[in-house]
Design a binder for this molecule. Sequence first.
Ligand code: GLN
Length: 242
Amino acid sequence: MEELKISIAHLYPQLLNLYGDMGNIITLKKRCEWRGINVEIENISVGDSIKEHDLYFIGGGQDKQQQEVAGELYKQKKFLAEERDNGAVFLGICGGYQLFGHYYKPFEGEELKGISLMDAYTVAGKKRFIGNVTVETDFLTPKTLVGFENHSGLTYLEGDTKPLGKNIVGNGNNGQDGFEGGRYKNVFGTYLHGSLLPKNPHFADYLIELALEKHYGKKVGLLKLDDDFEIKTHESLVGKAY
Ligand code: GLN
Protein backbone atom coordinates (compact mmCIF):
# COMPACT_ATOMS: atom_id res chain seq x y z
CA MET A 1 0.00 0.00 0.00
CA GLU A 2 1.40 3.44 -0.94
CA GLU A 3 2.69 5.35 2.12
CA LEU A 4 0.23 8.02 3.17
CA LYS A 5 1.56 11.57 3.43
CA ILE A 6 0.55 15.13 4.23
CA SER A 7 2.39 18.43 3.98
CA ILE A 8 2.29 21.15 6.62
CA ALA A 9 3.35 24.79 6.41
CA HIS A 10 4.40 26.31 9.72
CA LEU A 11 3.86 30.05 9.20
CA TYR A 12 6.43 32.40 10.76
CA PRO A 13 7.54 30.19 13.68
CA GLN A 14 10.40 32.57 14.55
CA LEU A 15 7.83 35.32 15.22
CA LEU A 16 4.59 33.64 16.28
CA ASN A 17 5.30 30.84 18.75
CA LEU A 18 4.08 32.21 22.06
CA TYR A 19 3.83 29.77 25.00
CA GLY A 20 5.24 26.92 22.92
CA ASP A 21 2.60 26.85 20.20
CA MET A 22 5.25 24.83 18.34
CA GLY A 23 3.91 21.89 20.37
CA ASN A 24 0.98 21.75 17.95
CA ILE A 25 3.31 21.02 15.01
CA ILE A 26 5.16 18.38 17.06
CA THR A 27 1.85 16.70 17.95
CA LEU A 28 0.59 16.63 14.36
CA LYS A 29 3.94 15.24 13.19
CA LYS A 30 4.17 12.53 15.86
CA ARG A 31 0.55 11.42 15.53
CA CYS A 32 1.07 10.98 11.81
CA GLU A 33 4.43 9.20 12.16
CA TRP A 34 3.05 6.83 14.81
CA ARG A 35 0.64 5.72 12.07
CA GLY A 36 3.25 5.49 9.33
CA ILE A 37 1.99 8.68 7.66
CA ASN A 38 4.83 10.71 6.17
CA VAL A 39 4.80 14.41 7.13
CA GLU A 40 6.65 17.11 5.21
CA ILE A 41 6.93 20.34 7.21
CA GLU A 42 7.95 23.63 5.63
CA ASN A 43 8.81 26.55 7.93
CA ILE A 44 7.78 29.82 6.29
CA SER A 45 9.81 32.92 7.20
CA VAL A 46 9.33 36.59 6.37
CA GLY A 47 10.06 37.03 2.64
CA ASP A 48 9.15 33.44 1.71
CA SER A 49 6.26 32.83 -0.65
CA ILE A 50 3.77 30.40 0.79
CA LYS A 51 3.29 27.33 -1.39
CA GLU A 52 0.47 24.77 -1.56
CA HIS A 53 0.18 22.52 1.51
CA ASP A 54 -2.50 20.35 3.07
CA LEU A 55 -2.38 22.12 6.44
CA TYR A 56 -1.22 25.60 7.48
CA PHE A 57 -0.37 26.38 11.13
CA ILE A 58 0.26 29.79 12.73
CA GLY A 59 0.90 30.41 16.43
CA GLY A 60 0.35 33.34 18.72
CA GLY A 61 2.45 36.37 19.52
CA GLN A 62 2.63 39.85 20.92
CA ASP A 63 1.21 42.77 18.94
CA LYS A 64 4.68 43.68 17.60
CA GLN A 65 5.30 40.26 16.07
CA GLN A 66 1.75 40.26 14.69
CA GLN A 67 2.51 43.53 12.91
CA GLU A 68 5.54 41.97 11.21
CA VAL A 69 3.56 38.94 10.07
CA ALA A 70 0.32 40.71 9.08
CA GLY A 71 1.93 42.45 6.09
CA GLU A 72 3.50 39.20 4.86
CA LEU A 73 0.25 37.29 5.13
CA TYR A 74 -1.78 40.07 3.49
CA LYS A 75 0.46 39.92 0.39
CA GLN A 76 -0.62 36.28 -0.03
CA LYS A 77 -4.26 36.69 0.97
CA LYS A 78 -5.67 35.69 -2.44
CA PHE A 79 -3.62 32.47 -2.62
CA LEU A 80 -4.55 31.52 0.97
CA ALA A 81 -8.26 32.12 0.28
CA GLU A 82 -7.99 29.84 -2.78
CA GLU A 83 -6.32 27.22 -0.57
CA ARG A 84 -9.17 27.55 1.95
CA ASP A 85 -11.72 27.07 -0.84
CA ASN A 86 -9.79 24.00 -2.05
CA GLY A 87 -10.28 22.37 1.36
CA ALA A 88 -6.90 23.09 2.93
CA VAL A 89 -6.83 23.00 6.74
CA PHE A 90 -5.78 26.05 8.73
CA LEU A 91 -5.14 26.23 12.48
CA GLY A 92 -4.43 29.64 14.02
CA ILE A 93 -3.71 30.18 17.70
CA CYS A 94 -4.53 33.51 19.37
CA GLY A 95 -2.52 36.16 17.46
CA GLY A 96 -2.52 33.88 14.41
CA TYR A 97 -6.28 33.36 14.81
CA GLN A 98 -6.82 37.11 14.98
CA LEU A 99 -5.09 37.53 11.60
CA PHE A 100 -7.49 35.00 10.03
CA GLY A 101 -10.23 37.64 10.36
CA HIS A 102 -10.69 40.97 8.56
CA TYR A 103 -8.57 43.02 10.98
CA TYR A 104 -6.98 43.22 14.43
CA LYS A 105 -7.08 46.65 16.09
CA PRO A 106 -4.40 46.70 18.83
CA PHE A 107 -4.79 48.95 21.85
CA GLU A 108 -2.21 51.31 20.40
CA GLY A 109 -1.07 51.80 16.86
CA GLU A 110 -2.40 51.02 13.43
CA GLU A 111 -5.11 48.47 12.69
CA LEU A 112 -3.59 45.28 11.26
CA LYS A 113 -5.19 43.96 8.09
CA GLY A 114 -6.23 40.31 8.38
CA ILE A 115 -6.54 37.85 5.50
CA SER A 116 -10.31 37.31 5.86
CA LEU A 117 -10.16 33.51 5.82
CA MET A 118 -13.11 33.76 8.18
CA ASP A 119 -15.72 36.47 8.64
CA ALA A 120 -14.55 37.90 11.98
CA TYR A 121 -12.73 40.86 13.47
CA THR A 122 -10.76 41.63 16.65
CA VAL A 123 -10.34 44.75 18.72
CA ALA A 124 -8.04 44.97 21.76
CA GLY A 125 -9.89 45.39 25.04
CA LYS A 126 -8.70 47.06 28.25
CA LYS A 127 -8.62 43.79 30.22
CA ARG A 128 -6.22 40.90 29.62
CA PHE A 129 -7.86 37.49 29.72
CA ILE A 130 -5.44 35.06 31.37
CA GLY A 131 -6.25 31.59 32.63
CA ASN A 132 -7.36 28.04 31.94
CA VAL A 133 -10.11 27.40 29.43
CA THR A 134 -12.53 24.53 28.82
CA VAL A 135 -14.67 24.59 25.68
CA GLU A 136 -17.59 22.31 24.79
CA THR A 137 -17.76 21.55 21.09
CA ASP A 138 -20.44 19.78 19.06
CA PHE A 139 -18.07 18.07 16.63
CA LEU A 140 -15.46 16.25 18.72
CA THR A 141 -15.41 13.13 20.93
CA PRO A 142 -14.78 13.80 23.76
CA LYS A 143 -16.71 17.07 23.27
CA THR A 144 -14.25 19.19 25.23
CA LEU A 145 -11.14 21.18 24.40
CA VAL A 146 -8.80 22.39 27.18
CA GLY A 147 -6.05 25.00 27.11
CA PHE A 148 -4.78 28.32 28.39
CA GLU A 149 -5.67 31.83 27.26
CA ASN A 150 -3.63 35.04 27.44
CA HIS A 151 -5.01 37.81 25.21
CA SER A 152 -6.46 41.29 25.30
CA GLY A 153 -8.01 40.91 21.87
CA LEU A 154 -11.81 40.59 21.68
CA THR A 155 -12.87 38.58 18.64
CA TYR A 156 -16.35 38.84 17.14
CA LEU A 157 -17.60 36.25 14.64
CA GLU A 158 -19.86 37.27 11.76
CA GLY A 159 -21.67 35.72 8.79
CA ASP A 160 -21.11 31.96 8.32
CA THR A 161 -18.27 31.75 10.85
CA LYS A 162 -19.19 29.40 13.67
CA PRO A 163 -17.50 29.18 17.10
CA LEU A 164 -15.48 26.08 18.01
CA GLY A 165 -17.72 25.76 21.03
CA LYS A 166 -19.20 27.17 24.21
CA ASN A 167 -17.07 28.40 27.10
CA ILE A 168 -17.37 26.14 30.13
CA VAL A 169 -14.41 27.79 31.87
CA GLY A 170 -12.62 30.96 30.74
CA ASN A 171 -13.44 33.98 28.58
CA GLY A 172 -13.02 32.71 25.05
CA ASN A 173 -13.45 35.08 22.11
CA ASN A 174 -14.57 38.18 23.96
CA GLY A 175 -15.80 37.36 27.46
CA GLN A 176 -19.32 38.41 26.46
CA ASP A 177 -20.99 36.01 23.99
CA GLY A 178 -19.99 32.76 25.75
CA PHE A 179 -18.17 31.29 22.75
CA GLU A 180 -14.57 30.35 21.98
CA GLY A 181 -12.73 30.09 18.70
CA GLY A 182 -13.97 30.19 15.16
CA ARG A 183 -14.44 27.89 12.19
CA TYR A 184 -15.25 28.49 8.55
CA LYS A 185 -14.84 25.59 6.09
CA ASN A 186 -11.59 23.92 7.30
CA VAL A 187 -10.21 27.10 8.86
CA PHE A 188 -9.99 26.83 12.65
CA GLY A 189 -8.95 29.56 15.06
CA THR A 190 -8.73 29.46 18.83
CA TYR A 191 -7.34 31.35 21.80
CA LEU A 192 -6.19 28.09 23.39
CA HIS A 193 -2.47 27.97 24.03
CA GLY A 194 -1.04 25.17 26.13
CA SER A 195 0.01 24.08 23.60
CA LEU A 196 -3.39 23.03 22.40
CA LEU A 197 -3.03 19.71 20.57
CA PRO A 198 -0.94 17.59 22.99
CA LYS A 199 -3.81 17.80 25.51
CA ASN A 200 -6.49 17.49 22.83
CA PRO A 201 -5.37 14.50 20.70
CA HIS A 202 -8.90 14.02 19.36
CA PHE A 203 -8.76 17.50 17.79
CA ALA A 204 -5.28 16.76 16.38
CA ASP A 205 -6.67 13.62 14.71
CA TYR A 206 -9.71 15.55 13.43
CA LEU A 207 -7.33 18.00 11.69
CA ILE A 208 -5.09 15.19 10.35
CA GLU A 209 -8.14 13.45 8.82
CA LEU A 210 -9.19 16.70 7.13
CA ALA A 211 -5.63 17.22 5.81
CA LEU A 212 -5.58 13.65 4.42
CA GLU A 213 -8.96 14.26 2.77
CA LYS A 214 -7.57 17.44 1.19
CA HIS A 215 -4.49 15.54 -0.08
CA TYR A 216 -6.29 12.45 -1.43
CA GLY A 217 -9.68 13.91 -2.32
CA LYS A 218 -11.47 11.31 -0.19
CA LYS A 219 -11.88 10.38 3.47
CA VAL A 220 -8.95 8.35 4.85
CA GLY A 221 -9.55 6.68 8.23
CA LEU A 222 -6.88 6.85 10.92
CA LEU A 223 -5.50 3.88 12.86
CA LYS A 224 -6.49 4.22 16.52
CA LEU A 225 -3.62 5.13 18.89
CA ASP A 226 -3.34 4.29 22.60
CA ASP A 227 -4.28 7.75 23.93
CA ASP A 228 -4.99 6.64 27.46
CA PHE A 229 -2.35 8.94 28.99
CA GLU A 230 -3.32 11.93 26.83
CA ILE A 231 -7.05 11.55 27.48
CA LYS A 232 -6.49 11.11 31.26
CA THR A 233 -4.46 14.37 31.14
CA HIS A 234 -7.24 16.04 29.14
CA GLU A 235 -9.94 14.88 31.56
CA SER A 236 -7.91 16.06 34.56
CA LEU A 237 -8.10 19.61 33.13
CA VAL A 238 -11.76 19.71 32.05
CA GLY A 239 -13.72 22.28 34.03
CA LYS A 240 -10.64 23.43 36.02
CA ALA A 241 -10.13 27.17 36.36
CA TYR A 242 -7.04 26.71 38.57
N1 GLN B 1 -1.39 40.25 20.86
C1 GLN B 1 -2.69 39.56 20.85
C2 GLN B 1 -3.54 39.85 22.11
O1 GLN B 1 -3.00 40.25 23.12
C3 GLN B 1 -2.47 38.06 20.76
C4 GLN B 1 -1.75 37.50 21.98
C5 GLN B 1 -1.39 36.04 21.83
O2 GLN B 1 -1.12 35.55 20.74
N2 GLN B 1 -1.32 35.34 23.00
O3 GLN B 1 -4.74 39.63 22.08
